[in-house]
Design a protein around this ligand. Structure first.
Ligand code: PEP
Length: 259
């Protein structure tokens, strides 16, 4: 399904993963604020490691750059040593990534992703739900069934599509490998995910949800994704640690949206 012009404001997220010490993180946050505050036509979300969320919240306060967490626990509180809950995150972050493949590899199940989504939404966070197939699943022609399973498990029991939900289509084989998906393939997969949402929640709801592409996005390849009708920005890992690269990606997405 394609809407033209897009009714959706693109969104670019920077997933720093488990990188940067505090001083480096603060410096990067300040640089990004200088370069990206007020950038029109795109929502920019910075997702530092949990210990630096408070720094990000403070340093980005009053700017247009949003803060996101990389994960949440599925319970709001309790005896879960070392975990961080959605109500805690909601004091310092607006978004939260849920179901990233690096967490699924670490054993996160579809049922847990579903619970995390629920607790994030209940705490007022905007979830970025990541889905994507592995290389062997892609090669076996199972991409559609894998995406269908991940989307339906994550949204099990939902009767409406949460308006704040963002999806990220991230083929696992493209994450951190430099092997970015062909933009036409990424478009086809994002349209496929939108179609799954349309089946569950209706065409109108699905037409409003933002779907990012993620997987080895760089300043060089971002234009190819940003030009696609069903791709509404990017979730960026490695390149989000480089202020030049991340700024260029955000600007390219904003420029495409204003064409
Ligand atoms: C990610 O971490 O979600 C990601 C897409 O990483 P990279 O851009 O490094 O492939």
């Amino acid at each position: 399904m394609t809407a033209s012009p897009s009714p959706r404001r693109p969104i670019v997220g920077g997933n720093w993963k488990m990188n940067l010490g505090r001083a480096e993180a603060r410096a990067l946050i300040l640089t990004l604020r200088q370069r990206l505050d007020g950038l029109d036509g795109v929502d920019v979300v910075v997702c530092p490691p949990a210990p630096w969320l408070t720094d990000a919240f403070d340093l980005l306060s009053g700017s247009s750059v949003h803060v996101g967490a990389q994960n949440t626990h599925w319970e709001p509180s309790g005896a879960f040593t070392g975990e961080v809950s959605a109500p805690m995150l909601s004091g310092v972050a607006e978004y939260v990534i849920v179901g990233h493949s690096e967490r699924r590899w670490a054993g996160e199940t579809g049922a847990e992703t579903n619970r995390k989504l629920r607790t994030a939404l209940a705490a007022g966070l905007k979830p970025i739900l990541a889905v994507g197939e592995r290389l062997q699943e892609s090669r076996a022609g199972r991409t559609e069934s894998v995406l269908h399973l991940q989307v339906n498990q994550a949204l099990r029991g939902f009767t409406e599509l949460p308006p704040s939900l963002v999806l990220a289509y991230e083929p696992v084989w493209a994450i951190g490998t430099g092997e970015a998906a062909d933009p036409d393939v990424a478009q086809q997969r994002c349209a496929m995910v939108r179609g799954m949402l349309a089946e569950r929640f209706g065409v109108l709801a699905a037409a409003t949800v933002r779907i990012q592409y993620g997987g080895s996005v760089t300043p060089t390849n971002i234009a190819g994704y940003a030009a696609q009708p069903d791709i509404d920005g990017a979730l960026v890992g490695g390149a989000s640690l480089d202020p030049e690269a991340f700024t260029a990606i955000c600007r390219a997405v904003a420029a495409e949206g204003s064409r």
